[in-house]
Design a protein around this ligand. Structure first.
Ligand SMILES: [Zn+2]
Length: 365
């Protein structure tokens, strides 16, 4: 009798847990993407007239103009980021064109990377404690950690970044969220052939920088992992744009912006042919900070002393996002709204502290 009760309970529990898993599978997925330090100016107006032919920042001005210079900002942005301006404009939303009245701002006052990513990923600025880029574990819990702590989402969250500070921002050690960032390789017994090849290539293709890898590695480590494990919440942070800008290399900054536009298109196409992600995935894309414009040389930098470095942008498309295109009305959004938006679009309820910022109503027509 007792044994039968135990068996009955086990059968019931198995039924419940497989039902929970099936329900979780049907919940929407979110891919949160950042392009480090890409200015709203290039996103909405393409190549900058003051920089594209400037010999101080461009090696081959004729070549760069042929590639990226056109007469109008609309043509220039389309040639720079064709996926954003041909496809995303039709199926999603682009916020942050200050020339059109749409403003997106950081709420942290630091205007550099760790504070920016902390704000994006936790939903709150913490200028008291997050005020350097040092490799120190984040005392704050990111939404990646909080979602990964939900029993139904355990192991269904993953982060990929080109910058080697992400394991600390996400607090990989505490959160249990796997972070493949910097020059980390893919690990495990079930790696695909491509992952094994990526591990080899990464050591054979030197990065121009000490702490940031080329974005193609971040891209393909993320893609292979998504094919293999189907995480429901993915964070991908591309880094090249910021580093080429710091280098004062406007050619490479533009080419990298164009390349990243293509990487995001590749991700979108992958999700649309994978039954797990197809028509059930929200893309939210933003940046950790802006850069300067005046004096001209401040385009290379950011931080609290650089005018305009707190001005950012948000782009979204996919599941639950209305096709509003470029927002050309007065609005004021903030970066601390992104984390609650991700949670809202995932359709989960978190325990613990509520968010300061309101989620964006991406589904509003
Ligand atoms: Zn930077």
């Amino acid at each position: 009798m007792k044994r039968n009760v135990v068996i009955l309970m086990m059968v019931l529990l198995a039924g419940i847990s497989s039902k929970t898993i099936a329900q979780t599978e049907k919940q929407p997925n979110v891919i949160l993407i950042t392009l480090d330090g890409l200015r709203w100016q290039e996103l909405f107006s393409g190549a900058d007239p003051l920089l594209v032919a400037n010999k101080k920042y461009v090696g081959d001005t004729t070549g760069l103009k042929a590639k990226f210079w056109r007469d109008t900002p609309e043509e220039r942005r389309t040639v720079l980021m064709p996926f954003f301006w041909n496809k995303v404009q039709k199926m999603g939303q682009l916020h942050g064109n200050r020339n059109a009245g749409s403003k997106v701002d950081l709420t942290n006052k630091m205007w550099f990377s760790y504070p920016g990513y902390n704000e994006i990923l936790t939903g709150e600025a913490d200028d008291e404690r997050i005020n350097s880029n040092r490799k120190e574990n984040n005392p704050n819990k990111t939404i990646l950690e909080r979602v990964n702590n939900l029993p139904a989402y355990k192991g269904k969250v993953a982060a990929f970044g080109s910058w080697d500070v992400f394991p600390f921002i996400v607090n990989e050690a505490r959160s249990g969220v796997p972070v493949n960032a910097g020059f980390k390789i893919a690990e495990g017994n079930d790696l695909t052939e491509r992952e094994i090849f990526l591990n080899q290539l990464q050591s054979e293709i030197p990065s121009p920088w000490g702490s940031v890898r080329l974005d193609a590695f971040t891209q393909h480590y993320a893609l292979e992992y998504m094919k293999r494990k189907h995480p429901k919440l993915v964070f991908i942070s591309y880094g090249e744009t910021d580093d080429f800008a710091h280098d004062g290399d406007y050619d490479s900054y533009l080419k990298s912006a164009q390349n990243t536009d293509g990487l995001i298109e590749e991700l979108w196409k992958f999700t649309q042919q994978d039954p797990f992600y197809k028509d059930n995935t929200t893309f939210i894309i933003t940046t950790d900070h802006g850069r300067g414009t005046d004096p001209l040389d401040t385009w290379r930098g950011h931080g609290s002393s650089i005018n305009g470095a707190g001005s950012v942008w948000v782009v979204a498309f996919g599941k639950g996002v209305s096709a509003l295109g470029e927002i050309t009305k007065e609005e004021q959004l903030y970066t601390n709204q992104i984390a609650p938006t991700v949670i809202k679009n995932l359709g989960v309820t978190l325990e613990g502290p509520s968010f300061k910022g309101k989620p964006l109503s991406l589904d509003k027509k």
